[in-house]
Write a protein that binds this ligand. Structure first.
Ligand SMILES: Cc1ncc(COP(=O)(O)OP(=O)(O)O)c(N)n1
Ligand SMILES: Cc1ncsc1CCOP(=O)(O)O
Ligand SMILES: [Mg+2]
Length: 213
């Protein structure tokens, strides 16, 4: 069984705008080659056939590199592939998803900037809790804002892994890790790159931030 209490490191999240034109698979592979522990497939389209194809290809990439694939928003797709799931507050029930995916699955829940939402997510079976956005985000500028001290409070109260998301860069990630983040979730600062080799280099740099902590 996966020991989800040990989830720690870079959490790469895909973005269909940044990863169009054939970039999804090579850039995602570069992220996990560079050391991303989790890879989230975040695609807001309704093209189910393409989503299934892409998610299957990402699962194969993650399997080859020892990373975990997490599907955003879509419990049925996660169940079909036997992979993890991330749910926001508007995306359905964590406890229903836990029942569907089983006790071993990695399931994360968005908690914005609220410890009460974190408590509820854990009660409903979340494997990790996610807070943010911590900084200005290119990908989701309207996400509710959180301050890094929240991570310290959450670390004191909860013993599940804590993901920090929103405008995370190589410059500000060390502060989030120092305050208690176990997972650093990144879209733009990882994938807004001209070449897959640059994504791999950035993923390595993010991953190295966890080496001595
Ligand atoms: C690791 C992680 N944390 C938070 C989110 C945001 O989820 P949600 O609030 O449901 O927003 P969308 O990503 O669905 O737009 C996330 N995806 N991953
Ligand atoms: C999905 C999500 N939820 C809160 S901020 C965010 C986007 C993170 O992307 P970026 O790393 O580009 O700010
Ligand atoms: Mg969502």
């Amino acid at each position: 069984m996966k020991d989800t209490t040990k989830l720690r490191g870079l959490y790469a999240i895909t973005d269909s705008k940044l990863l169009g034109e054939g970039r999804l698979l090579p850039y995602a592979e570069a992220a996990v080659k560079g050391g991303a522990r989790l890879l989230q497939y975040r695609d807001k389209s309704h093209d189910d056939a393409r989503r299934l194809r892409e998610a299957e290809a990402l699962r194969e990439i993650c399997d080859r590199h020892g990373a975990e694939l997490i599907i955003n928003d879509d419990a049925e797709l996660a169940a079909r592939l036997g992979v993890g799931l991330h749910l926001g507050q508007e995306d359905g029930s964590l406890s229903v998803a836990r029942a569907l995916l089983g006790r071993k699955a990695i399931i994360g829940g968005t908690c914005h900037a609220r410890l009460d939402l974190a408590e509820q997510a854990i009660r409903e079976g979340a494997s990790y809790i996610a807070f943010g956005r911590f900084f200005d985000s290119n990908t989701k500028p309207g996400a509710p804002a959180a301050t890094p001290y929240l991570l310290t409070e959450a670390r004191q109260r909860f013993n599940v892994p804590i993901a920090a998301i929103g405008g995370v860069t190589l410059d500000n990630a060390p502060g989030l890790i120092a305050q208690g983040a176990s997972l650093i979730a990144v879209v733009h600062a990882l994938f807004a790159a001209d070449m897959a080799s640059e994504v791999e280099r950035r993923a390595q740099a993010f991953s190295e931030l966890f080496a001595t902590k």
